[in-house]
Design a protein around this ligand. Structure first.
Ligand SMILES: NC(=O)c1ccc[n+]([C@@H]2O[C@H](COP(=O)([O-])OP(=O)(O)OC[C@H]3O[C@@H](n4cnc5c(N)ncnc54)[C@H](O)[C@@H]3O)[C@@H](O)[C@H]2O)c1
Ligand SMILES: O=C(O)[C@H](O)COP(=O)(O)O
Length: 525
C-alpha cells in the first residue's frame, strides 16, 4: 500500500480520501527541515501547501518519493529541477483556490479605497474619526492587472462588474480573451502610467521579480494604490515604503511578502498599508477544493499511474491510464532492448507510432521509451527525468505518427542512432495487452521478453542452434523460449533466447566462442 505524508495544514477531507482510496497517510505538520529529511524516505507521496520547503536536501533524502502534490497554485517552495532529475512528479491544483484569491484581491481593493481596516481600528478605540477616513470611489477608476491568468481574469471580471476600466499587461494573454473579459491589453509602461490601482497576479520568476521597481513606482500616477496577492518579491518593498512615505503611493495592500512568515517587515506600521498573512487562499471552500483535488491526484497517480496537473510530466487521464499501460510496458521494453545493446554515445532517437497507437496520448509513451533506453546507460532515470536528461545530453528525440500500419493494429518502431551505427527494434501488442518484439534491425522475429534473455547475432549456418543449446545445457542453463529471425537463408540471423536465470560470464564467453557467433549479449528486463 503506498504511503503519503501530509506535511502542511490541509482540510481533513484529504485524509479521508487517501484512506478511502487505499493509501496509507500520516499527518505531521510544522516539521523542521531536518525532521522532514529524517522521515521523508518512508513515503511515496508528499502533500503540501506553501509552508513545507521541498528543497534539494529533502529530495536527496526522499529515496521512495514518487510525487509531490501542492494543495494550491504556487510551487516556488518546490525545487522542480531537482525533483525532475530525481524522477519525482510535481503536481498542483491550479484552479481550486483561484476564485477565493481573486475575491481577496477585490476585498483588498475595497479595504484600500475606504481604509476599512484603519477606520475599524479607530472606531473600536472609541475615536469616531469621521472626517479622517475620506475614501475614493472605485467606479470609473482604472485598474491595471499585471498577469491576467486564472486569478487575474477573475479579478478583471469582478472589476468590470464594478464599472471600473480594466487594463492588463500579460504577454501571454490572447487578444480574443482580453476582448471576452472586457479588458484592454496594454504594455507594462502604459499600465504603469495609466492605472489608479495596480493589482499583481503573476508568478514570481526572473522576469517578474521586482516588476514594480523603484523606477516603475516613480512613473506611476500620484495617488496610485498597489495590491499584491500573488507573491512577495514582485514589488520592491524598500521602494514601496519610500513611495508610501512620500505620499506618491496613496496605499498598498499586501497578502504576500519577500520573507515569509513576515514577522518583521519595513512596511509594517505604515498607516496607509493593509496587510494579511498570506490569506489569499484561506476560505473553507478553497481549502476543501484544493485538499480534495490534491488527495485525488496523488492517489490516482500512485494507484493507477494517472497524471493530472503535473508541472514536470505529460498528463495521463484516469481513462487513458489503463489503455496506455500495456503500451507503456512495450515502450519500456523497446527502450530497454535498444539501451542494453547500445555501446557508443547516443546521438538521436526516432520513435514511430503506427496504427491505433498513433491516436493515443503518446507523450508518456515516448517518456517510457526514453526511460527504458537511458536506464542501462545512466543511473536512476525514470519517466519524469529521462526526457530532460536526454535533452541535457544533446540527444535529439523525434516522434512521428501514422494512422496506417501494415500487418498489425498498432506498431511502435524505435530507431536509435549512436556515434557508430543506427539500430531499430519494433514491437506490438498481441491481444491488446501482451507486448511482443516483431522486428530487430529490420529482421522479422516474434519474441516475448522475459526477465533474463540472451541476444545473439550469428551467421545462419546449419548446426548453430544445436551447438548453442548444448553450450547452454552444459552450463545448466534452461531455455524457456527460443526465437529466431534471419535476413535470408545463409545470411545474418538473430536469436532471442529466454533463459531461466542470469547467464554466467563463463557461459557467455563459451557462447561467444562458438563458430558463426557475431555478437552475444545478455539482457535483463
Ligand atoms: N495569496 C495567495 O494565497 C495566492 C493564492 C493563489 C495563487 N497565488 C499566486 O497568484 C499567482 C497567479 O496565480 P494564477 O493561478 O492566476 O496563475 P496563472 O498561471 O493562471 O496566471 C499567471 C499569469 O501571469 C502571466 N505572466 C507570466 N509572466 C509574466 C510577466 N513577466 N509579465 C506579465 N504577466 C506574466 C502568465 O501569462 C499568466 O497569464 C501565482 O503566483 C500564485 O502562486 C497566491
Ligand atoms: O499559491 C497558492 O496557492 C497560494 O499562495 C496559497 O498558499 P497556501 O496554501 O499556503 O495558503
Amino acid at each position: 500500500m503506498p504511503k503519503v505524508l501530509v506535511s502542511d495544514k490541509l482540510s481533513p477531507r484529504a485524509v479521508d480520501i487517501f484512506k478511502a482510496r487505499g493509501v496509507e497517510v500520516d499527518v505531521k505538520t510544522g516539521l523542521k527541515p531536518e525532521e522532514l529529511i529524517a522521515i521523508i524516505g518512508d513515503y511515496d507521496g508528499l502533500a503540501i501547501r506553501s509552508a513545507t520547503k521541498v528543497t534539494k536536501d529533502v529530495l536527496e533524502a526522499a529515496t521512495n518519493l514518487k510525487v509531490v502534490g501542492r494543495a494550491g497554485i504556487g510551487v516556488d517552495n518546490v525545487d522542480i529541477p531537482v525533483a525532475t532529475q530525481k524522477g519525482v512528479v510535481v503536481m498542483n491544483t491550479p484552479y481550486g483556490n483561484a476564485i477565493t484569491t481573486a475575491e481577496h484581491a477585490v476585498a483588498m481593493m475595497f479595504a484600500l479605497a475606504r481604509q476599512i481596516p484603519q477606520a475599524n481600528a479607530s472606531t473600536h478605540a472609541g475615536k469616531w474619526e469621521k472626517s479622517k477616513f475620506m475614501g475614493v470611489e472605485l467606479t470609473g477608476k482604472t485598474l491595471g492587472i499585471i498577469g491576467c491568468g486564472n486569478i487575474g481574469s477573475i479579478v478583471a471580471e469582478r472589476a468590470v462588474g464594478l464599472r471600473m476600466r480594466v487594463i492588463a499587461f500579460d504577454p501571454f494573454l490572447p487578444p480574443e480573451r482580453a476582448l471576452d473579459l472586457g479588458v484592454e491589453k496594454v504594455d507594462l509602461d502604459d499600465l504603469i502610467a495609466r492605472s489608479d490601482i495596480i493589482s499583481l497576479h503573476t508568478p514570481l520568476t526572473d522576469k517578474t521579480r521586482n516588476i514594480l521597481s523603484a523606477e516603475a513606482i516613480g512613473r506611476m500616477k500620484s495617488g496610485v494604490r498597489i495590491i499584491n496577492c500573488a507573491r512577495g518579491g514582485l514589488v520592491d518593498e524598500a521602494a514601496l515604503k519610500a513611495g508610501l512615505e512620500s505620499g506618491h503611493v496613496a496605499g498598498a495592500a499586501l497578502d504576500v511578502f519577500e520573507q515569509e512568515p513576515a514577522k518583521d517587515n519595513p512596511l509594517f506600521g505604515l498607516d496607509n498599508v493593509v496587510c494579511t498573512p498570506h490569506l489569499g487562499a484561506s476560505t473553507t471552500e478553497a481549502q476543501e477544493n484544493v485538499a480534495l483535488q490534491v488527495a485525488e491526484q496523488i492517489s490516482d497517480f500512485l494507484l493507477t499511474g494517472a497524471v493530472t496537473n503535473a508541472l514536470n510530466m505529460p498528463a495521463v487521464s484516469a481513462e487513458e491510464a489503463p489503455r496506455l499501460r500495456p503500451y507503456m510496458k512495450l515502450c519500456g521494453e523497446l527502450g530497454g532492448f535498444a539501451g542494453q545493446i547500445t555501446e557508443s554515445g547516443l546521438k538521436s532517437v526516432r520513435i514511430e507510432y503506427q496504427g491505433d497507437v498513433a491516436g493515443l496520448n503518446t507523450r508518456p509513451l515516448s517518456a517510457a521509451v526514453m526511460q527504458g533506453l537511458l536506464t542501462p546507460l545512466l543511473e536512476a532515470v525514470n519517466m519524469v527525468s529521462a526526457p530532460v536528461v536526454a535533452r541535457e545530453r544533446g540527444i535529439e528525440i523525434k516522434e512521428t505518427k501514422s494512422e496506417s500500419c501494415r500487418n498489425y493494429h498498432s506498431l511502435i518502431r524505435l530507431e536509435v542512432t549512436t556515434e557508430r551505427q543506427t539500430r531499430s527494434v519494433e514491437g506490438t501488442l498481441f491481444g491488446d495487452s501482451l507486448p511482443r518484439i516483431v522486428r530487430i534491425n529490420d529482421i522479422p522475429v516474434e519474441a516475448e521478453l522475459g526477465p533474463d534473455m540472451l541476444y545473439l547475432i550469428n551467421e545462419d549456418k546449419p548446426g548453430f542452434i544445436g551447438s548453442l543449446g548444448s553450450t547452454l545445457g552444459d552450463s545448466g542453463i534452461n531455455i524457456a523460449s527460443f526465437h529466431l529471425g534471419r535476413t535470408d537463408a545463409g545470411g545474418q540471423a538473430i536469436c532471442l533466447v529466454q533463459v531461466d536465470g542470469p547467464v554466467p560470464a563463463a557461459t557467455l564467453e563459451a557462447v561467444r566462442a562458438l563458430p558463426h557467433v557475431v555478437q552475444a549479449k545478455p539482457l535483463r528486463f
